[in-house]
Ligand binder design. Structure first.
Ligand code: 2PG
Length: 249
C-alpha cells in the first residue's frame, strides 16, 4: 500500500471583514492587503519546507480560493488539481453575519457571545431568508438546497464536513498525494477536532491563525503521528492564535 500523503491545512489570510472585526461566516468577502501578504508567506513556507501539494481542496468562498491561488503560485504549484466544495465553507454564522464582534459582546454579554462563538452545540439565531447577508439566492448553493444552513454551530460543521473528508480528501491522501486544504477558522477547527479527537469542551479553546500552513502526518489509520499538527511558523502561529481568541474583547 502506498504511503499516505501529507495533509496541510491552511486558513485563509486575513479578510477585509476579519480586519473590521465582523462576523463573516458564508459572506463572500475578499482578502485584505495583509491577507494577500499572509497567503504569499504561506506559499513561501510550503516551498521552504519542501512540502509541495499535489492537489488542493477549497471552500466556495473567495478568501480561501484566493489564498490557495496566491500560496500555490508562490510555491510554483499553481498548476495542481483543484477541488472545491461548500462542505469546506466557514461555519454559517446565522443572524450574526455582518455584525461587529465587539458590539455583539457588549450588547449580549461575554457569556452569550462566547456561547455563540465557541460553544460546540449552540448555534446563533437563524439568518432571515432574503436578508442582506443571507445566501439563499446565491447560485453557487442552488444544488444543495435541502442542506443550505441558515445558521450553524461547530457540531453542525463537523456533520457536514466529515462526508467530504471521507469521500474526497482521504482517497487523495491514500493515493499518496500531498493534500492542501484551504479553508476557514471554524471548518478547520472541525477537521482538527476529528483528527486529534479533541473533546467538545476543549475545542472551544482552539483557535487557528490566518495564513500559516499546519502540517499533519497521518498513519494508515488516519491518526496523526504529530498530534495537534505542526505549524510551519510556530512562533507567529502562537501569537496569531492568541489574537483570534481575543477578538471581540
Ligand atoms: O467571522 C467568522 O466567520 C469567523 C472567522 O473569521 O470568526 P470567529 O473566529 O469569531 O468564529
Amino acid at each position: 500500500m502506498a504511503e499516505l500523503g501529507t495533509l496541510v491545512l491552511l486558513r485563509h489570510g486575513q479578510s477585509t471583514w476579519n480586519a473590521e472585526n465582523l462576523f463573516t461566516g458564508w459572506v463572500d468577502v475578499p482578502l485584505s492587503d495583509q491577507g494577500e501578504d499572509e497567503a504569499a508567506r504561506g506559499g513561501q513556507l510550503l516551498a521552504e519546507a519542501g512540502l509541495l501539494p499535489d492537489v488542493v481542496h477549497t471552500s466556495l468562498l473567495r478568501r480561501a480560493i484566493s489564498t490557495a491561488n496566491i500560496a500555490l503560485d508562490g510555491a510554483d504549484r499553481h498548476w495542481i488539481d483543484v477541488r472545491r466544495n461548500w462542505r469546506l465553507n466557514e461555519r454559517h454564522y446565522g443572524a450574526l453575519q455582518g455584525k461587529n464582534k465587539k458590539e455583539i459582546a457588549d450588547e449580549f454579554g461575554e457569556e452569550q457571545f462566547m456561547l455563540w462563538r465557541r460553544s460546540y452545540d449552540t448555534p446563533p439565531p437563524e439568518i432571515a431568508r432574503g436578508s442582506e447577508f443571507s445566501q439563499d439566492a446565491d447560485p453557487r448553493y442552488q444544488d444543495i438546497d435541502g442542506d443550505l444552513p441558515l445558521t450553524e454551530c461547530l457540531k453542525d460543521v463537523v456533520a457536514r464536513l466529515l462526508p467530504y473528508w471521507e469521500s474526497s480528501i482521504v482517497p487523495d491522501l491514500r493515493a499518496g498525494k500531498n493534500v492542501l486544504v484551504a479553508a476557514h477558522g471554524n471548518s478547520l477547527r472541525a477537521l482538527v477536532k476529528h483528527l486529534d479527537g479533541v473533546s467538545e469542551a476543549d475545542i472551544a479553546g482552539l483557535n487557528i491563525p490566518t495564513g500559516i500552513p499546519l502540517r499533519y502526518d497521518l498513519d494508515a489509520g488516519l491518526q496523526p503521528t504529530n498530534p495537534g499538527g505542526t505549524y510551519l511558523d510556530p512562533e507567529t502561529a502562537e501569537k496569531a492564535a492568541a489574537a483570534v481568541a481575543n477578538q471581540g474583547r
